[in-house]
Design a binder for this molecule. Structure first.
Ligand code: F6P
Length: 540
């Protein structure tokens, strides 16, 4: 299909969806009242995850139209292209083969062979650290690992290590430093000793400002503790595709773990960027994480779109984004250990889908990516849920619940799940004016008072959500969850007709940051705007 034909059928399919939206007004309460089997019909399950998507403004005909849209854009071919290593990242002429990072069994391709070799390198390195065979400059075994990286070289491993706390080894602590703000590094190092600390410099490009600055400061910290230059290799390893730059920094060639240009930063936790996971939780745990992601890959590759979890999630959000004017989406994991999940998803989704032109460089005539935000439940209930319930915007929410308790406090777990279910129920049901008045009168308010107060208590309801259930928060299920969202984002990119694998938008800020840094202490160029020049003078 040529890009012109694709654009024409996309426009026509979008118009059909919009007209469906304009013609049909229904309430979620009505949809449930009219269909006792709605929950069964609008739910799906795969790779240890159960998705209830019944609390959405979807009917069979809506779903049909959305699925028709996938035919119009030949989604099957696009998925096949991704999985087979086609250059889906068309602006950088690269494939996006993060699925090859979690292959199972014997390697079958060149990419898988490279991954297998890298896994071996990671396993052997972890064995050396865990056995105490790796010694610091002072001859001590390593007890602390500090991962220095940012964006995709930080968020994934940071989130997974925290999520898998019960799998963490007691003899190693893993820390993460990302921010250029020196407080991040100094606060992290405050309780540590260089004598038993090893740094991973994680940077695909090995040119990222924040990571290089933090790595240089860490290097000095180790030298200040008495390490000689020629012993630094015992304290620094790197994960990078830029071997030369890593070696120039002083990292020994054998301590550089490879990255490849066919793996995007935000899809890289499955590569050696996941080294902190291996060191914190052991290689077997990391393998289970990969296995869970692989199970989701298999599901994504083979399931009918009507039962395909990533496709369904992407279609549902596309529906709200294009036809319901939903410009943001909340992600609400009801699990303390998934607290960093929203931050990880933010980079994945917003860096991928925050684009203004299609794959051919034409301006989009429809909205692209939306704002992803959220926090761990139930904390959010006492901050921003008010806006979800009574604010004027429609904000679809993804709830994530874990069935098995994640602590010994079983009663609290029951409360946690009750909170989670009650939130999606409240979003759906709401409270009408009449219900609010009645409630107030029953509470003893006069008729007049009840009438005055009731509008403030109205909750519009009819607000959509998905609920994902994970049987247990374990490495396999976590792997499946993360792969689910990776594929959802890819499908989102296909639906929008954009390239979800580049991120040119972040480059301008980097360039200007360097120019502003260079202007410190001197005269700011006259052609800079007045605000920038004055801020420079005031701050620097
Ligand atoms: O600036 C954005 C970005 O390129 C992300 O895509 C990436 O995950 C992050 O910076 C870190 O990049 P690197 O791993 O090359 O240091």
């Amino acid at each position: 299909m040529t890009s012109e034909t694709l654009a024409v059928s996309r426009t026509a399919a979008l118009a059909r969806l919009k007209s469906h939206h304009d013609k049909h007004k229904w309430s979620l309460r009505e949809l449930f009242a009219g269909d006792p089997q709605r929950f069964e019909r609008f739910s799906a399950e795969a790779a240890g995850l159960f998705l209830d998507y019944s609390k959405n403004h979807l009917r069979d005909d809506t779903l049909r139209l959305l699925l028709d849209y996938t035919d119009q854009i030949d989604l099957s071919a696009q998925i096949a292209g991704l999985l087979s290593g086609a250059a889906v990242n068309n602006t950088e002429h690269r494939p996006a083969l993060h699925t090859a990072l979690r292959f199972q069994g014997e390697p079958r391709t060149e990419h898988e062979q490279a991954v297998a070799d890298c896994r071996n390198q990671m396993r052997q390195f972890a064995e050396k650290i865990h056995s105490g065979g790796w010694r610091s400059f002072s001859g001590e075994p390593i007890r602390h690992i500090v991962n220095i990286g940012i964006g995709g070289s930080d968020l994934g491993p940071r989130m997974v290590v925290e999520a898998l706390r019960p799998w963490q080894r007691p003899d190693i602590s893993v820390h993460f430093v990302a921010n250029i703000d020196g407080a991040d590094l100094t606060d992290t190092l405050a309780g540590l000793r260089a004598e038993d600390t090893l740094f991973i410099v994680a940077s695909k490009s090995f040119s990222t400002l924040e990571t290089l600055q933090n790595a240089l400061s860490a290097r000095q910290w180790v030298l200040d503790a008495g390490c000689r230059e020629d012993q630094l290799a015992r304290h620094f390893v790197a994960v990078s595709s830029n071997i030369v730059a890593a070696q120039d920094f002083g990292i020994a060639a054998e301590n550089i773990f490879p990255m490849w240009n066919w793996v995007g930063g935000r899809y890289s936790l499955w590569s050696a960027i996941g080294l902190p996971i291996v060191l914190a939780c052991g290689f077997e745990t990391y393998e289970q994480l990969l296995a869970g992601a692989h199970a989701m890959d298999e599901h994504f590759a083979t399931a009918d779109f009507a039962d395909n979890l990533p496709v369904l999630l992407a279609l549902i959000h596309f529906w709200y984004r294009q036809c319901w004017n939903a410009s943001s989406q909340a992600v609400l994991p009801y699990a303390q250990r998934l607290a960093k999940f929203p931050a990880w998803l933010q980079q994945l989704d917003m860096e991928s889908l925050g684009k203004g032109v299609d794959r051919d460089g034409h301006h989009l005539q429809y909205p692209s990516g939306s704002v992803i935000w959220g926090t761990e439940g139930s904390n959010g209930q006492h901050s921003f849920h008010q806006l979800l319930h009574q604010g004027t915007d429609l904000i679809p929410a993804d709830f994530i619940a874990v069935r098995e308790p994640t602590s010994a406090l079983k009663e609290q777990h029951q409360w946690l799940l009750a909170c989670c279910i009650s939130q999606s129920q409240a979003l759906l049901r709401g409270k009408s004016l009449q219900e609010a008045r009645q409630e107030l009168e029953q509470q003893g308010y006069t008729h007049r008072e009840a009438h005055a107060l009731a509008p403030h208590k109205v909750v519009p309801g009819n607000r959509p959500s998905n609920t994902l259930i994970m049987e247990r928060l374990d490495p396999f299920n976590l792997g499946a969850l993360l792969a689910l969202y990776e594929h959802k984002v890819f499908v989102g990119g296909c639906l929008l007709g954009i390239n979800p694998f580049d991120q040119w938008g972040v480059e301008l800020g980097k360039l200007l940051g360097a120019q502003i840094h260079a202007a410190i202490g001197g005269e700011a160029p006259q052609d800079w705007d007045g605000s920038t020049r004055n801020l420079l003078e005031r701050l620097l």
